[in-house]
Design a protein around this ligand. Structure first.
Ligand code: HEC
Length: 138
């Protein structure tokens, strides 16, 4: 039954698109919300802060070195994993790194400037640190 087979393929095709949309939906809307519960209890990184930090991270220089997905480039390390070259991954340690930069990188060739070279207010710094904390504590 060739018609039948074609229909099945079409159905499989749209299920696949549905799955991709579902995953994309999770990535943009549900993931931050889901991580908020854990976050709020221990670090003070609320959903509002994390969302603001996400925006700042992507609007500023951070992505030039750490990558659009924050998973690192040849210039700077992955920030979305549990491995830290400097500090213990606490929100305090992350904040200090961003505020002061890294003069002497442990693995990468060039330093990270203070504030990543960006013009971040104290509130911006808190937000961006909350964002980095949230993507590395899943
Ligand atoms: C010019 C490139 C550059 C820019 C821009 C930059 N970084 Fe970095 N970043 C680095 C380097 C290099 C390191 C240190 C790597 C090493 O120790 O070998 C680093 C380290 C870090 C670390 C610690 C990672 C770890 O594993 O210990 C954090 C957190 C971080 N950066 C956040 C940010 C944020 C947030 C921004 C934007 C405000 C930013 N960086 C902008 C290059 C950059």
């Amino acid at each position: 039954m060739p018609n039948h087979a074609r229909r099945n393929r079409r159905i499989a095709g749209s299920a696949w698109i549905g799955l991709v949309l579902a995953i994309a939906g999770c990535a943009t809307t549900e993931a931050p919300a889901a991580s908020t519960a854990i976050v709020a209890s221990s670090s003070g990184a609320t959903a509002v802060l994390v969302a603001a930090g996400d925006r700042l991270f992507h609007e500023n220089s951070c992505i030039a070195c750490h990558g659009e997905d924050a998973k690192g480039t040849s210039l700077a390390p992955n920030l979305a994993d549990a491995t830290w070259l400097t500090g213990d991954g606490s929100i305090g340690a992350i904040t200090k790194i961003i505020r002061e930069g890294i003069d002497e990188p442990k693995q990468f060739a060039s330093p990270m400037p203070a504030m990543g070279g960006a013009d971040l207010s104290p509130d911006d710094l808190r937000a961006v640190a909350a964002y980095v904390w949230s993507i590395s504590h899943k």
